[in-house]
Design a protein. Structure first.
Length: 119
């Protein structure tokens, strides 16, 4: 699973929040109000192309301007990162214990309910 740099994450947040396909200009409009130094459209096109190569967005180049859509939801992406991190560990139990030790009571209750639902 691809990790994201700061600008890539900001762009993906816009794509995920939008919920549909977006253009680089639409991403720029959102980032213009959210960043001290907003990136140029050409920079955003480069980032979106990089995200497409990483398999995080699909691009529709049949229309102008090109449109980009997330391949997976934010939650699916983060869950995959968590699975990857667990897979890289030599001691999965220790990693899980450390993770569970850092969650709130509400999050622990949610985890218990999810695990109970598995059967």
């Amino acid at each position: 699973m691809a990790t994201l740099g700061e600008l890539e994450r900001a762009v993906m947040d816009v794509v995920w929040d939008h919920g549909g396909s977006v253009t680089a200009y639409e991403v720029k409009n959102v980032l213009d109000g959210a960043r001290e130094r907003p990136p140029a459209v050409t920079t955003l096109l480069t980032v979106l192309s990089r995200l497409a190569r990483k398999g995080l967005v699909d691009s529709d180049r049949s229309a102008r301007p090109h449109r980009y859509r997330a391949v997976a939801s934010r939650e699916e992406y983060i869950a995959e990162l968590m699975h990857e991190a667990l897979g890289d560990s030599r001691d999965r139990h220790a990693v899980l214990a450390r993770f569970v030790g850092g969650v709130s009571k509400d999050e622990a209750a949610a985890l218990r309910a999810l695990l109970k639902g598995r059967g």
